[in-house]
Design a binder for this molecule. Structure first.
Ligand SMILES: Nc1nc2c(ncn2[C@@H]2O[C@H](COP(=O)(O)OP(=O)(O)OP(=O)(O)O)[C@@H](O)[C@H]2O)c(=O)[nH]1
Ligand SMILES: [Mg+2]
Length: 657
């Protein structure tokens, strides 16, 4: 809040953001907030009615967390000096009235740099992970949990020069011997030699940078990753194996003056295209620096034709649709924004880029949430509705049976109600017995799941793969180790899949028994499949192919090979453990609808019991009975109206998709 105010106060900054990307992201954020509100309303209502259960609570918490933490991740990749950082500046500069990231001819960005906004910490900062941490074999993902290893710089958003200085750190290099550079996992031929210290080379000072900064786009839930040019992709395997595949959109940046060069093509082929497309993220080629084609002597139409031709050629080379190659001048975009020059902004085509990002990235993210979170809630609401409808039917039938108040009718009423309570109590007990049996069954199965896929087994597989690596002939060990690891992990998941199938059959039977005991229609229960995780595992294995061949041929690249294997094993292990955890989660949630139904039934039986108590306590109240029931009915109908409204709102969200 404080930094937001300081941003607003400071002179010279243009605070207003009206571009379409920002608007779309903002609309998306509002949409999520509305959903959170709707879900919270339903949850409070459930609590007030005593109809919530711990399973439902857990399910709702998970969905609410997903909605609150959900971010859109945008990554910029490509050969050095193509203008990646300048493009990020173009997206963000208007808010600060200046460029954020350093841009220069030659290599500038030295380490992957993540920009985001974290509302839970006050003040802007840059956190930098020293390069020597590459030697200790600890993954970046783990370092992100141990922030004490990072160098912390605070950013003063009100002081332009201090801000510039802080951002310059990202471009810092240090000089080390060639051997040291190799030990750090670099390929020396790609490094710049030191001019004053022969035999020394420049390596990046930092392994990774995290920048927390308050900007409307970031505040609304967008995170941006800037990457250094060539070979950073190869030397930090986590970048290609984990960060890029996690991005929702990847912009592959090219320069319009040189078109697609051989190195551009290598990066595209080995590290970008397949990795991103397999995950279904949006992937665009950006032809930057189109201003270099602008020529005062040529008219605009001719220039545009040239640009269009270049776009078509590039699309063909990249084998993507023409609409996925975007011509742009990032530098003019920055200038136009800083000078508020509408004509230059149009010429820069920056707005087209923002529109594409808004349409494809934000919209696809929103759709994904619709299919998961919204659908899940809709299912829960329908189940509650069904329960209330059942109650209405019962109460209506009972009300019709009540004759106008006559002497003795109270006695009759009491007998009827006692019978009803007894019957329902029996049904409830039978249901509870089935539920207990079902719970027991799940409790027995849970340790089995944990034994089949868990930390211990993962460790065994890992060790076995390492043995295979050591036995392999020079250069081939890595490939064999990767194959071994994936074969073992997959075998476990396939066995777990079989186990889950038989569990599902058991759950199905229990649901049938439950329905028979209570003579109700069969409830639907949550289903779960390991297929997506098996798919993720295969994708990861495929992603390792370019590395295997490249590292396999590199003699003396032991460090890089070890690091690559450690990263791959960790990521595969994550998918594997996640599959185990999800299977466990499913087993616990599989009985959710049964529980919900039973809870609803219990509260119904309790109500009848109360009625019976009241009836016994005061005989005069018999006349009141019809009125009470009518009231009860009105209340239930009110509940139904409420639930129908919640369901309508949620269904509306689904339709909009
Ligand atoms: N003419 C022109 N120059 C640009 C444009 N965008 C960037 N540049 C220039 O190209 C050079 C490199 O830009 P950067 O943004 O640093 O490139 P990068 O891709 O981030 O490069 P690395 O950080 O080294 O990977 C700088 O001198 C920029 O001013 C553009 O649209 N037109
Ligand atoms: Mg850069």
């Amino acid at each position: 809040m404080e930094s937001q105010q300081s941003v607003q106060k400071s002179a010279g900054r243009i605070v207003e953001e009206k571009d379409s990307l920002s608007q779309h992201v903002l609309a998306f954020t509002r949409w999520k907030q509305e959903l959170v509100k709707e879900i919270s309303r339903y949850r409070q209502w459930l609590q007030a009615q005593g109809m919530n259960s711990s399973e439902m609570d857990a399910r709702m918490n998970q969905a609410l967390r997903a909605l609150k933490n959900d971010r859109i991740l945008l990554a910029f990749v490509g050969e050095f000096s193509r203008g990646k950082s300048e493009m990020i500046n173009a997206l963000l500069c208007r808010h600060y009235g200046q460029r954020l990231l350093p841009t220069r001819i030659g290599r500038t960005t030295m380490c992957p740099t993540e920009l985001y906004y974290d509302a839970s910490v006050s003040g802007a900062y840059i956190k930098l992970l020293p390069i020597h941490t590459r030697k200790d074999g600890v993954l970046l993902a783990d370092y992100k949990q141990q922030l004490e290893h990072w160098v912390h710089l605070t950013i003063n958003l009100d002081d332009v020069s201090s801000m510039k200085k802080a951002f310059e750190e990202v471009a810092k290099t240090v000089q080390v011997s060639e051997q040291e550079a190799r030990d750090l996992g670099f390929q020396v031929e790609y490094l710049e030699a030191s001019l004053d210290h022969p035999g020394m080379v420049h390596v990046p000072a930092w392994r990774h940078a995290l920048i927390n900064i308050d900007h409307p786009l970031l505040r609304q839930g967008m995170s941006i990753i800037d990457t250094p040019g060539l070979n950073a992709l190869g030397s930090e395997p986590e970048l290609t194996l984990s960060m890029l595949p996690d991005a929702h959109a990847v912009l592959f940046v090219l320069s319009a003056d040189s078109g697609l060069t051989a190195t551009d093509h290598m990066i595209w082929k080995d590290h970008v295209r397949d990795v991103v497309e397999r995950r279904g993220a949006a992937l665009y080629g950006v032809l930057n620096k189109i201003d270099m084609l602008w020529d005062e002597d040529e008219d605009e139409t001719e220039i545009n034709q040239q640009i269009q031709h270049l776009v078509q050629v590039t699309a063909k080379q990249l084998e993507v649709p023409v609409g996925h190659v975007l011509p742009l001048s990032a530098r003019s975009g920055v200038k136009a924004r800083l000078l508020a020059d509408a004509h230059l902004l149009e010429r820069s085509r920056l707005l087209q880029l923002e529109q594409v990002l808004a349409r494809s990235v934000v919209a696809s993210k929103q759709n994904l949430l619709r299919q998961t979170v919204v659908q899940d809630f809709l299912d829960m609401v329908s189940l509650t509705r069904k329960g209330i409808e059942d109650r209405i039917r019962t109460v209506t039938a009972e009300t019709q049976q009540i004759k106008p108040v006559q002497p003795k009718s109270s006695e009759h009423e009491k007998v009827m109600l006692t019978r009803k309570v007894q019957q329902e109590q029996q049904v409830y007990n039978r249901r509870l017995t089935v539920l207990h049996a079902a719970r027991k069954m799940i409790e027995i199965q849970l340790p089995k799941i944990r034994d089949m896929v868990g930390q211990d087994r993962l460790k065994q597989h890992h060790e076995r793969a390492l043995q295979v690596a050591q036995q392999g002939v020079l250069g081939s060990g890595l490939g064999q180790a990767v194959v071994q690891l994936f074969t073992d992990l997959r075998a476990d998941l396939l066995r777990l899949k079989e186990e889950l199938n038989s569990m599902e059959a058991m759950v199905q039977k229990l649901y049938q028994r439950y329905a028979q005991e209570s003579q109700e229609t069969l409830l639907d229960f949550p289903h779960f499949s390991l297929d997506s995780m098996l798919h993720d595992l295969s994708q990861l294995e495929l992603q390792s192919v370019p590395y295997k061949s490249r590292l396999g041929n590199m003699l003396g690249a032991q460090k890089a090979t070890d690091k690559f294997f450690a990263t791959l094993a960790r990521l595969a292990g994550d998918v594997y453990l996640q599959a185990g955890a999800k299977a466990e989660q499913w087993s616990k949630a599989a009985l959710g609808p049964l529980m919900q139904q039973t809870m609803q039934h219990r509260s119904q039986v309790q109500q009848w019991m109360q009625q019976l108590n009241e009836l016994t306590q005061s005989a005069q109240r018999q006349g009141q009975e019809v009125i009470d029931r009518k009231k009860g009915l009105e209340e239930l109908t009110g509940h139904l109206t409420f639930l129908a409204e919640v369901a309508r709102n949620l269904a509306q969200e689904l339709k909009l998709g």
